[in-house]
Design a binder for this molecule. Sequence first.
Ligand code: ZN
Length: 91
Amino acid sequence: MAAAVVSGNVPKHSLSSSSSNSAAPVIGMSKTDIVKRGLELGAPFQLTWSCYQSEKIACGACESCALRLRAFARAGAADPLRYADPGSRPA
Ligand SMILES: [Zn+2]
């Protein structure tokens, strides 16, 4: 994919500038894409969350938790994280 960018005339500045774009996979990705990619890579999702309410157990009710749960649902995966609100758990 990246090879198509440098076809034809190559501007001088592109030769000296460092190309670090490929090292930022998260930028431009949706939350669902991040979950999918993380699952592919075997990311430890049980160790990560960004709950607004709690630092011990994710509340499962705040906007951040809802976003995460929705992303997992769209990715067709189960969130391994424990949530304080049992009502939000699919099982
Ligand atoms: Zn929360």
